[in-house]
Design a protein around this ligand. Structure first.
Ligand code: SF4
Length: 291
């Protein structure tokens, strides 16, 4: 039940946290079953551009796989990931009911169970016992203006996540330093990150914030460039260089190693230049809803 009342002169919108459970459940299933149309279109475009025959064959299979998964409502990849849930919460929202994070985790639990999605999360990272229900999710909340809540569910496979990297550059390294770190990361990843990739790059902030920026960069719609001219230019240059590495689809050689490069930047300390690269594989999944 969504209602509203006044708090300190401000119109507040009440949302019961329990309402999130079915929403998150459906988003988990949708994300794992249906690659976004834009991504499938981009794969088709890349098929035309790919110069290697083997690369073309791989792209053709990836397209067929994505279409089959959507049509039959099954997971597009066996690795259905650790579930990253990002919520942008309007500051005029007041939550009622159970603890917000418990509601999110309950949605994930139900989504992975009902959707026959692989449970890929271990509890203690050193003891490594599977939690059996893909919880806990990695939850990030940001407070934004307004009274809406945007929810992004992003199952993140280990292949691409494991090849992601972060480095504290010096300010003197500048954009050339960023470029060479990103390209080094791509070369080290080779086929292990399941290319063609979407490359999220976070520049600035602090060590942890740069890592978050690089993950948030993966949420940007395909083909949408950074609004700052110098960052847009860097995105294009990186995409070109990455596609010259010859790694190709699934690392079997070719001219399509990445589909897009998204950079997010944030102010940082005068003595720092953090840079993080979060790799996203060809099974780039996210489902979004605004309530
Ligand atoms: S990296 Fe992506 S495509 Fe590769 S196995 Fe993991 S989820 Fe699947």
């Amino acid at each position: 039940m969504i209602t509203s009342n006044h708090l300190g002169g401000m119109e507040m919108r009440k949302i019961r946290t329990e309402e999130l459970i079915p929403i998150i459940k459906e988003l988990c299933k949708k994300a794992c079953y249906e690659l976004e149309n834009e991504l499938v279109d981009k794969l088709k475009e890349s098929f035309e551009e790919e110069e290697s025959e083997l690369g073309k064959e791989v792209l053709d299979e990836l397209i067929e796989n994505a279409e089959y998964a959507k049509e039959n409502q099954v997971a597009s990849c066996q690795d259905t990931g650790i579930t990253v849930v990002h919520m942008e919460i309007g500051q005029e929202v007041v939550w009622e009911g159970m603890y917000l994070y418990d509601a999110v985790n309950e949605g994930v639990r139900q989504g992975y169970e009902e959707g026959y999605l692989r449970k890929s999360v271990v509890g203690d990272p050193l003891i490594r016992e599977n939690t059996g229900d893909n919880t806990p999710a990695v939850i990030r909340t940001d407070i934004v203006e307004g009274d809406k809540v945007k929810i992004v569910v992003m199952p993140k496979g280990a292949g691409s996540e494991n090849m992601s990297r972060l480095k504290m550059l010096t300010p003197a390294d500048g954009s050339e330093g960023v470029k060479s770190f990103v390209l080094e990361t791509i070369r080290l990843a080779g086929g292990k990150a399941c290319p063609p990739l979407i490359v999220g790059v976070g520049i600035g902030g602090t060590m942890d914030y740069a890592a978050w920026l690089s993950k948030r960069a993966l949420q940007r719609p395909l083909g949408e460039a950074n609004k700052a001219e110098h960052l847009k230019k860097l995105e294009l240059e990186l995409l070109e260089e990455i596609n010259k590495t010859g790694i190709g689809p699934l690392g079997l050689g070719g001219t399509v190693t990445a589909l897009d490069v998204n950079i997010e930047a944030f102010p940082c300390h005068i003595a720092s230049l953090p840079v993080a690269v979060n790799l996203q594989c060809n099974s780039s999944r996210h489902a979004v809803v605004t309530i």
